[in-house]
Write a protein that binds this ligand. Structure first.
Ligand SMILES: Nc1nc2c(c(=O)[nH]1)N[C@H]1C(S)=C(S)[C@@H](COP(=O)(O)OP(=O)(O)OC[C@H]3O[C@@H](n4cnc5c(N)ncnc54)[C@H](O)[C@@H]3O)O[C@H]1N2
Ligand code: MOO
Length: 395
């Protein structure tokens, strides 16, 4: 069976399910999620002309003074009257300008004695009408579209939506992701361990890889290499996404695919032109998308980066969920590549990428040291030191 190119597999994966249904959640709960609808301003900001400085509201036409102070305007406590010729109102940052005034004289440039106000130094004072005033609607006005559907709700956008009058925001509901490790040799990290056993690390790694996405993780634990137990766990699934690791290849104990099929799954693809990560599979099980990752930790990491994270982001409403490679300079030559897209663990030093000598997909130490993956396209010719290469940052 021919191996599926990485980009074809990525497109087919996203085609398995669309974004989850929308819901409205409080501002804080929307952090890091994607807007399901455009967000429009419900108010003008600022809603009146307000002072940007502590000082005195004056009429610019009255420059260079002197003035008589007739009252005070503070943030949240506007002056009730207005400003007539020769009058000034004490004003503070964020306070509305009283009607009649149009300019703020900062207090550092003012000399005040009781109600008498003058410039501290001749020639100082505001240089133009409107100085130190934030005019109504400076930031935005009612009806402006401030956030587009599909925009990520960054900290700044949350604050923007809040000041625009929104207490709730339209997002996609959180993605329920079930994680299952498979393998009779696996024990939880830190547990007593025999020689034939191995600490199970893929669930912790995957959970951390998804930590910045809007997920609810469901831990299905470590499943044994037994068809019946796997099938039972898959049948009981209640999640939007099932991610398994291990048992994806062709050995006698690689039972994930047959168990998924026995549980009623449709496998859309299996085996990708990818190194590491070739045995990855994906399909549907009821309403859920299932992704079977290879067990080797580096293969699981790379396939989670290229497939699982983008799938979760897609379900959460991200319009462009795939990691974006950037160009970097190779520090050392690389040999020609074979038929699979190769993702080489590499260190970045002085802006140059140096691939680890050994790229075995079991080796977590080289992964932990790597700042990036060098992406080698199928059949790429040999590359020299100083050549440009595509990399994916992972540091
Ligand atoms: N004859 C062939 N053999 C293999 C092929 C092949 O095409 N033909 N593909 C190889 C490739 S590529 C990979 S990758 C591996 C992955 O296969 P599996 O998904 O079946 O992985 P396992 O055999 O279950 O495990 C591989 C390795 O990783 C360890 N492991 C598994 N799960 C975890 C975990 N949760 N945490 C930590 N370590 C884990 C496991 O103990 C094994 O050492 O197959 C090749 N074989
Ligand atoms: O995914 Mo396997 O790790 O290509 O060797």
């Amino acid at each position: 069976m021919a191996l599926l190119p990485v980009s074809d597999a990525q497109q087919r994966l996203l085609a398995l399910a669309g974004p989850l249904p929308p819901e409205r959640v409080a501002l804080r709960a929307a952090a890091g999620r994607w807007a399901a609808e455009p967000v429009q301003a419900l108010r003008d900001q600022p809603s009146a002309d307000i002072s940007a400085m502590d000082g005195y509201a004056i009429r610019f036409a009255d420059m260079p003074g002197p003035w008589t102070v007739t009252g005070e305007s503070a943030a949240g406590r506007a002056f009730a009257g207005s400003v007539s010729a020769g009058e000034a109102v004490r004003i503070f940052t964020g306070a509305p300008l009283p009607p009649g005034s149009d300019t703020v004289l900062v207090q550092e440039e003012a000399a005040r004695d009781g109600a008498a106000l003058a410039l501290a130094l001749a020639g100082e004072g505001p240089a133009f009408r409107g100085r130190n005033v934030r005019v109504r609607g400076l930031d935005f006005t009612t009806g402006d579209t401030l956030i587009a559907a599909g925009d990520r709700l960054t900290p700044a956008r949350l604050a923007l939506a809040g000041v625009a009058g929104h207490g709730m925001l339209p997002v996609r509901r959180n993605v329920r992701v079930a994680l299952a490790a498979t393998g009779d040799e696996l024990v939880p990290p830190g547990a007593p361990i025999g020689d034939a056993q191995l600490p199970e690390t893929n669930r912790a790694m995957l959970a951390a890889q998804l930590a910045d996405l809007p997920v609810e993780l469901i831990d299905l634990g470590i499943l044994p290499d037994r068809a019946g137990a796997l099938e039972a766990a898959f049948r009981a699934l209640d999640a939007d996404v099932l991610v398994t690791t291990g048992g994806a290849s062709v050995g006698d104990h690689d039972l994930v695919r047959p168990a998924l099929i026995a549980a009623g799954a449709h496998i859309d693809f299996w085996k990708i032109a990818l190194r590491p990560g070739k045995p990855m599979m994906a399909g549907r099980l009821g309403d859920a998308v299932v992704v079977g990752l290879p067990g080797n930790p580096v293969s699981a990491f790379v396939t989670a980066l290229l497939f699982v994270r983008p799938l979760v982001a897609h379900l959460a409403g991200a319009p462009d969920p795939f990691p974006r490679p950037r160009a970097a300079t190779l520090g050392e030559p690389l040999p020609a590549n074979g038929e699979r897209t190769d993702y080489l663990r590499a260190e970045l030093r002085d802006g140059r990428a140096y691939a680890s000598t050994i790229q075995d997909s079991s080796m977590l130490r080289t992964l932990a040291r790597a700042g990036c993956l060098i992406v080698r396209q199928p059949h790429a010719p040999p590359a020299a030191a100083g050549d440009s290469a595509e990399i994916l940052d992972i540091g």
